[in-house]
Write a protein that binds this ligand. Structure first.
Ligand SMILES: [Mg+2]
Length: 201
């Protein structure tokens, strides 16, 4: 039971997240067709395909630099609204983890990254966005670092179904956005589950 070397851990995180995004690309597209412009699955898949293509070079970097590189790739390759949002989230985590990378540091960095995302998206929880998954997952980790974040994220994504969209393209639909899961909330829950699966392994 030796700890995995960091490079191997980064590579496995990249592989796991890219695999889940690819496996669920059609589902993300269908969710975005219901209340957006239908590009979320394709955009996310393109972005994480690019991250996967750079896996070895990224995994050779220290964790903060690896996260910054992943975030930059997502900004450039995902596009739409999600690219800058996911890019901001992951790049901020990288910046915040430069001082240390204990589990407590990671939870604190996640919180700082959520704050950066709120500022970037001019959004708050309750508006039917990825924040409605990220914020409750962070709160759960603050309360208990061993929280079952995959289950919490899945439940939080489900909880966006009855919400009315206030931010993003779905907000143009007003009440007609009610009854559909937010695509960004779903992709966030998928990514969190994949990361948790690797870190728990
Ligand atoms: Mg879209």
């Amino acid at each position: 039971m030796t700890a995995a070397p960091p490079a191997d851990l980064i590579a496995r995180l990249i592989e796991a997240v890219a695999a889940t995004v690819t496996a669920h690309a059609d589902e993300l597209t269908a969710l975005d067709q219901a209340i957006g412009d239908g590009d979320h699955g394709l955009n996310m898949r393109r972005g994480f395909d690019a991250v996967l293509a750079e896996r070895d070079a990224t995994a050779a970097k220290p964790l903060p630099d690896a996260l910054k590189a992943i975030g930059m790739t997502l900004v450039m390759k995902v596009g739409g609204a999600s690219g800058p949002l996911y890019g901001t989230l992951i790049m901020t985590m990288g910046k915040e983890l430069a001082a240390g990378a204990t589990p407590a540091d990671a939870v604190r960095a996640f919180g700082a990254a959520i704050d950066a995302l709120k500022a970037r998206g001019k959004s708050e929880p309750g508006q039917k966005t990825m924040l409605d998954v990220l914020v409750p997952v962070h709160a759960a980790l603050v309360a208990d670092p061993r929280a079952d974040v995959a289950a919490i994220a899945a439940a939080a994504a489900d909880a966006t179904i009855p919400m009315k969209a206030i931010r993003g393209r779905a907000s143009f639909l007003g009440d007609r956005s009610i009854g559909h899961m937010d695509p960004g909330a779903r992709s966030s829950s998928l990514i969190i589950a994949a990361v948790a699966g690797v870190l728990e392994g």
